[in-house]
Design a protein around this ligand. Sequence first.
Ligand SMILES: O=C(O)CCC(=O)C(=O)O
Ligand SMILES: [Fe+2]
Length: 366
Amino acid sequence: MVRKILTIDISDFEARKDEIASQLISAARDVGFFYIAGHGIPQEDFDRVLAAGQKFLALPESDKTQWPFNPDTYLGHRGSKELETVTGNRLWEWYSVGRYGTAGYDVKAQKFAGEEWPEVLGEEWRRTALDYQAKVHRVAIIILKAIFIGLGRDEKIIDEAFDIASQENPSFVAWNYYPPITPKQKAQVSKGQLPPRLHAHADMDVLTILYQREGDLGLEIAPGNEVEDLSLIEDVGNIWNHVPVAREWTPLDPKQGLLTVNIGDGLTRWTDGLLKSTYHRVRAPTSTDPQGARYSVPYFVNPKLNYIIEGPEKRFSPVTGFDLLSKTGNAYAARKNDPEKAWQKLAYGSGAEGVPAVAQALAVEG
Ligand SMILES: O=C(O)CCC(=O)C(=O)O
Ligand SMILES: [Fe+2]
């Protein structure tokens, strides 16, 4: 069944805490994706941060390769070479920075590694990246607090675990770039043979806050038992290993002024499976879709590197903020080989057939 994606207005949070909390809990439990209105970020800020990403991505290859992707921090530039080798298509490119640019954390030394920004982009670029992260982080804090209120848990934990000023805060902003469809690819589009622009995956963070331009179609989600098979069906470089097959995809339809928010694996763990980290992908355009470039700007929200995430019922093994980052490359392996088999037994609401009630599913794993 195609799911309904709810829009939740978070304005006037202090006065409307309980109402916002109960709406967020049901959307996060039943679908794992929702739109947020009333976040207070003006369109010009989205325009500015998108333009900043476009500026980086338009740099010559020789500049971009100076900021290589670090799989332990999830920061830096990832070209589309990995995808090219398998599909013969250039489909996707990525750049990400945290509060300290592309440095932040030295994995080997287990300590703060300082700041590192592409100087070629200048000081204003750095300010834009920092300003956007600060604004969107505030939205994340509101959503996480509301969720904690809805769960009857202490909202003060959120301020502590997601302190943006901490050198251990690994949250970051990224830019996804999906190049325009080439004349050669058009033939594949018309036969429905072009692979997804971004392969199906679940986010490993706690929460993702995604800016998409209105009209930039393509993001689709497969909640609950719409995911049929998690087996390895495609090996694309070594990034997207386990690609789930879905019975049905629900398309998202981004509107100006709304942010798309989804639950990541971290929050699924933290809530013993109550809130759902949902598989999603960016499908290839159909022949009636826009064929131009597509961009999106996700902000990935993670707890402090040493903060331990574990649900009250300990249904999943505990992980730290650092684990949520560094295990990302193995997200699908982790889910597929999960000895607790907890991931496969997540029960979604909204009438998904054949799926037990949440309470029953939780009891199974005990
Ligand atoms: O481009 C999009 O709409 C989705 C991007 C995404 O899923 C991600 O960056 O994790
Ligand atoms: Fe994602």
